[in-house]
Ligand binder design. Structure first.
Ligand SMILES: [Zn+2]
Length: 256
């Protein structure tokens, strides 16, 4: 069972690209991905519409796709909260994205606070873009928020993305509610994260269709044990996002 915790659907005016629903399904079916957590790009022309498309895609392929909401929080806070609540209550979404780069949001700004408050109120995960886009995307900014919201799981998307993997590890060591999704990191950095934190704090993610096989190859090269693979490829995401089905929740932790 593989859960891909980071995938996008739709088009993006920020990064100038489009991912179709056929590409999502093809990437999943071609690589043994049982479930994918899918979000709009930060530059989605209409994020609300993409939220609906993600929900429809999930309905059409037997709930193998789950949604993660992504709306630019530089807007009226009540409207922001209403859309995230709709995604959770009506569409069954499991998290919300704070896109430090694509939405130009500093993690300790007032508008970022709304993202964390909304997630805490709804009991969902906050995924935060880290790595490219310094200084906003510096993983160390999440230390304050993780302590402020200790019951909210915070997933560092890209885990610093080779720009600052050491900082991602350092903040995750300080805060039990920080998890690392190391897409775009080097294989050696992914291994260092698993060794430093344990496999139950690291979760597989790919970001884009053409990166799926690349990410899988990295894990092959660092030779995960059976227990490590069970956590990284499904167990951690199942626990963090509260997915109904996944690998055995009684897996030994097997790490630091
Ligand atoms: Zn992404």
């Amino acid at each position: 069972m593989i859960v891909d915790s980071h995938f996008h659907l739709g088009s993006c005016r920020v990064f100038g690209r489009t991912v179709t629903r056929d590409q999502v399904v093809h990437a999943m079916d071609g690589n043994g991905i049982e479930k994918a957590i899918v979000q709009p790009f930060p530059g989605a022309p209409d994020a609300v519409q993409v939220h609906n498309e993600i929900a429809a895609l999930g309905d059409s392929i037997g709930s193998r796709v789950l949604g993660l909401a992504s709306v630019n929080p530089h807007m009226d806070h009540a409207k922001y909260q209403a859309e995230i609540r709709r995604c959770v209550d009506d569409l069954g979404f499991v998290g919300v994205k704070l896109h430090t780069l694509g939405h130009a949001v500093h993690p300790v700004s007032d508008d970022a606070l709304v993202v964390f408050e909304t997630a805490a109120a709804l009991g969902i995960v906050v995924m935060v873009h880290t790595g490219p886009g310094m200084p906003f995307a510096d993983p160390t900014h999440l230390l304050e928020r993780a302590r402020q919201f200790p019951d909210t799981p915070i997933v560092l998307a890209h885990a610093g993305a080779s720009a600052s993997p050491g900082s991602a590890i350092a903040v995750a060591k300080q805060c039990d509610n920080i998890y690392l999704e190391p897409s775009w990191c080097k294989a050696t950095e992914v291994r260092a994260m698993i060794n430093a934190l344990g496999p139950d704090r690291v979760l597989f993610g790919t970001d884009t269709p053409e990166n799926v096989r690349v990410e899988l190859a990295k894990y092959e090269e660092i030779r995960l044990t059976e227990v490590e693979a069970a956590w990284v490829f499904g167990g951690t995401a199942t626990a963090v996002f509260g997915l109904r089905s996944g690998v055995d929740a009684e897996l030994p932790r097997g790490g630091a």
